[in-house]
Ligand binder design. Structure first.
Ligand code: G1P
Ligand code: ZN
Length: 540
């Protein structure tokens, strides 16, 4: 074992999804090592078993070797690694739980682009399979500012291409097929014969894996096990730079899929997933399904899949996600929960058996089968529902809106805004909150305005300042918050919602339906004056 002296590197502060930085920063002297040692110092490594894998982005393979050598030097007993250092985030979560391990290290910057000049990241998941809570990531951060040395074994690389057990010092390294256990889990949740019969009858699908980690999972499950036509999965090989794609499944970045689904020969169903496989976008022929609507439809129909036949215990959504899922929960007379942004806030609800299905407007949906959002899971649940209901996506959505009303929804992102300007805008907005109720903008009267705070119903922990909410008397809503995952300046997210009870007005274009809410959002926060931007960079 070698002990390497280093100077502490300040500022390694993990956000909602671990530590994310530009790849050259991560590759800098001692940078990865400093963070990994801090992580082991906080969670303890001696005698423990961890899972390790990543989304295959640039530096994934070399970082895996460093982490393995450090795990061995810190006394870990065993590390379970996906072959080629590959594991999707949901598959890693599953392996952590299945093997009753002490947690896992996932190398990913999620949907951020990968490559020598793009992003890299490392996150730690707890023994329950879910992202480390704030107390743990804060402790890691503090540790990164104090440590003076890290432990690393001097050894050759482990052959991560070879499945089976190898040794690294005293530590066992078990290289496993990244897909097998995950695929087996999916077979227990969904009616594979029914979905296979649908494909057999000519149902056509396009799955865009965006050159990221979901490719091997989707190819095995959709094409090999469910019999979807060969070529259903496109961009199915994970590449270090994601083939230059921005693997964020939304209408902007999955443009090719959108064009195909709205084109003359559109398949029945389209889907895409992100860098590490936890996000999903679903599209019907000629119709886009917003993530908030997708959550609501999945909650309303989950009982059609074998894994959820007994019904749901509750539905949880992040605060900025539309209230569409709440309407389903009310109708089903089950619990509904509104949490801060970030999957980790669902962990306690899932562990305590209060919620079965969770979702975020940011293309994240999942259930209590793992403790992360799960892109392919959501896609398979949609396929199960389509196989049972035998209707096009457009009809399923139309019937859903007719039953529950429609929550028009959109998110506008203003990216790479100067941090001080974005902070100043949020500060001014917060200072104005008390005076907002009663004020009329764009013909809508503000009924309440606050900065969202959340008390976890399970452990009583409180999270403050989770986003500014402006609620209107007609049920419309605007939410403003700054991203916690961006790596360049600040990203301002503005979330817009308007409810239409129907039956009239259910089939408008979302941006048109939301036009007054969008104008009000600009007026109330003075976005133009503060940020110098009049139009968002990304609309979802
Ligand atoms: C974004 C999403 C959030 C999600 C997170 C991790 O965080 O908005 O819902 O949980 O990525 O995937 P943000 O950049 O907004 O802080
Ligand atoms: Zn992701």
């Amino acid at each position: 074992m070698t002990k390497v002296d280093t100077t502490p590197i300040a500022g390694q502060k993990p956000g909602t999804s671990g530590l994310r930085k530009k790849t050259p920063v991560f590759m800098g002297r001692h940078y990865l090592e400093n963070f990994v040692q801090s992580l082991f110092d906080v969670v303890g490594a001696g005698g423990k078993t961890f899972v390790l894998g990543g989304d295959g982005r640039y530096f994934n393979d070399r970082a895996a070797q460093v982490i393995l050598r450090m795990a061995a030097a810190n006394g870990a007993a065993r590390v379970i690694v996906g072959q080629g250092a590959i594991l999707s985030t949901p598959a890693a979560s599953h392996l952590i739980r299945l093997n009753k391990t002490d947690g896992g290290i996932i190398m990913s910057a999620s949907h951020n682009p990968g490559g020598p000049e793009e992003d890299f990241g490392v996150k730690f998941n707890m023994p329950n399979g879910g992202p480390a809570p704030e107390a743990v990531t804060e402790a890691m951060y503090r540790r990164t500012t104090e440590i003076t040395a890290y432990h690393i074994l001097e050894a050759q690389d482990v052959d991560l291409g070879r499945i089976g057990r190898q040794r690294l010092g005293d530590m066992a390294v078990d290289v496993v097929d990244p897909v097998a256990e995950y695929a087996a889990l999916m077979e227990t949740l969904f009616d594979f014969p029914a979905i296979a019969a649908m494909f057999g009858a000519g149902f056509r699908m396009r799955m865009d894996a965006m050159c990221a980690v979901t490719g091997p999972y989707a190819t095995e499950i959709l094409e090999n096990r469910l019999g979807a036509a060969p070529g259903t999965v496109i961009n199915g090989t994970p590449l270090p730079d994601f083939g230059g794609m921005h693997p964020d499944p939304n209408p902007t970045w999955a443009r090719a899929l959108m064009d195909e689904m709205f084109g003359p020969d559109a398949p029945d169903f389209g889907a895409a997933s992100d860098g590490d496989g936890d996000r999903n976008m679903v599209v019907g022929r000629g119709i886009y399904v917003s993530p908030s609507d997708s959550l609501a439809v999945l909650a309303a129909n989950a009982h059609l899949a074998p894994g959820y036949r007994a019904g749901l215990k509750g539905v949880a959504r992040s605060m900025p996600t539309s209230a569409a899922a709440d309407r389903v929960a009310d109708a089903l007379k089950i619990g509904k929960y509104e949490t801060p942004t970030g999957w980790k806030f669902f962990g306690n609800l899932l562990d305590a058996g209060r919620a079965t299905i969770c979702g975020e407007e940011s293309f994240g949906t999942g259930s209590d089968h793992v403790r992360e959002k799960d892109g392919l899971w959501a896609i398979l649940l949609w396929l199960n529902i389509l196989a049972v209901r035998k209707q096009p996506v457009a009809d399923i959505l139309g019937e859903h809106w007719a039953t529950y009303g429609r929550n028009y929804y959109s998110r506008h992102d203003f990216e790479a805004v100067a941090t001080d300007r974005a902070d100043a805008m949020m500060a001014a907005l917060r200072a104005s909150l008390a005076g907002l109720p009663g004020r009329t903008v764009e013909g809508m009267t503000v009924s309440a305005a606050d900065d969202f705070a959340y008390t976890d119903p399970v452990d009583g922990s409180v999270s403050q300042k989770q986003g500014v909410r402006v609620l209107f008397a007609d049920g419309s809503r605007i939410v403003y918050r700054l991203s916690g995952t961006g790596t360049e300046g600040a990203t301002l997210r503005v979330y817009l919602e308007r409810y239409a009870a129907g039956p009239d007005g259910l089939h408008l274009d979302a941006q048109e339906a939301l036009a007054p809410v969008i104008r009000a959002a600009h007026t109330l926060a003075d976005i133009g004056a503060h940020t110098g931007r009049s139009d968002p960079d990304v609309i979802t």
